[in-house]
Ligand binder design. Structure first.
Ligand SMILES: [Zn+2]
Length: 340
């Protein structure tokens, strides 16, 4: 990319930048270009509670949310992840780019020594796409992936953790901005790889999820992002199931609280429920809670939240968890991290 500052100095100036383009093996050419449309816009709302600088509110929703239907394929062949029945070769990757705006920043060294940009970035994208769009037929034929054409991971010195946005020129081109200072501060060092994976995974969900043309509550958007992170076993140590479910707890508090609630719904209504929720956010022009949830799973979300709280209480009383296994990413990185 052209924003890199190239200097002839022998010593590396503080503003020195590194710009790498990752050539992914597969491109969008596998998908039908006629059906490509406008993707969800950048990351939505709520100002992060613990981590400032996360995902800014999306501005205008897409005018018309068309998408690329996924090819219908036979049951997964030779893939380990039954839940997400797609082989790597089935998943079309966008162009992936990495830009480090200040390679002399301590966070740059941490990043480069704990994240294999080509391998890990691609792995994160595949994991996100699997958990949002790929599941064994017949469910997956109803899922439509947005036409995100490229994702640029930009590491720079900024407050907060990370956020995602469309590029200035074209919303099909996404940018994930990730704080070098945050990366530098991840401790202990054994957590760095998983933390970076977790944050990138969360932000990549924002590159690919639907948002009811900007009308979806920010807490639900963030909950879906962390639900995927949870499925990938990248939940940081401080996440706690059941936290925030007290009397004043809200289902759409966002992040891990909503993620665990979505996990409950996935177990209760079956695998693919969150994928269908995301798909419904594609076709919904204006989110309206009652109709949305009743059409999706047959009852209002408030009732489901109460059911969830009851289930947690019962688990606590019984001393057991009747939950379903949590799915892992294929190359499952070590759990870790904080929010993005
Ligand atoms: Zn987010």
């Amino acid at each position: 990319m052209s924003r890199s500052s190239h200097s002839g100095d022998q010593s590396i100036p503080h503003t020195a930048a590194l710009d790498i383009e990752i050539d992914t093996r597969r491109s969008r050419k596998d998908l039908d270009p006629d059906l490509m449309g406008i993707p969800p816009r950048s990351t939505p709302v709520p100002p992060p509670v613990f981590m400032p600088g996360m995902s800014p509110a999306s501005s205008a929703p897409p005018a018309e949310a068309t998408a690329t239907p996924l090819p219908i394929r036979a049951a997964s062949s030779g893939h380990h992840d039954e839940d997400a029945g797609a082989a790597d070769s089935d998943i079309a990757l966008p162009k992936l780019r990495l830009r480090i705006d200040d390679i002399s920043h301590p966070g740059a060294a941490v990043f480069l020594s704990h994240y294999d940009a080509a391998r890990d970035f691609e792995h994160c994208v595949r994991s996100v796409l699997r958990h949002l769009y790929y599941i064994s037929p017949p469910v997956q034929k109803h899922l439509h992936q947005p036409p995100t054409r490229s994702v640029t991971l930009i590491l720079r010195d900024m407050p907060g953790v990370a956020y995602t946005t469309g590029s200035d020129l074209d919303d099909d081109h996404k940018e994930i901005h990730f704080s070098l200072a945050y990366i530098a501060g991840v401790q202990p060092s054994a957590r760095r790889h998983a933390e970076i994976m977790g944050v990138v995974t969360h932000e990549l969900v924002h590159c690919y999820q639907w948002n009811a043309r900007g009308s979806c509550p920010g807490g639900l958007i963030e909950g879906v992002a962390d639900w995927v992170r949870l499925q990938c076993e990248l939940a940081p140590p401080h996440w706690k199931r059941g936290e925030g479910t007290g009397d004043d707890g809200k289902w759409d508090a966002g992040y891990q609280r909503t993620a665990y609630f979505l996990d409950y719904l996935e177990q209760r209504f079956g695998k693919g429920t969150v994928r269908q929720l995301n798909e419904k956010l594609r076709v919904t022009k204006k989110y309206e809670a009652k109709g949305f949830w009743t059409e999706l799973v047959g009852r209002p979300v408030e009732n489901l939240w109460e059911d969830y709280r009851e289930a947690l209480k019962k688990e606590k009383d019984d001393g057991t968890r009747d939950g379903v296994d949590v799915k892992t990413c294929e190359q499952g990185a070590v759990p870790t991290a904080t929010q993005a």
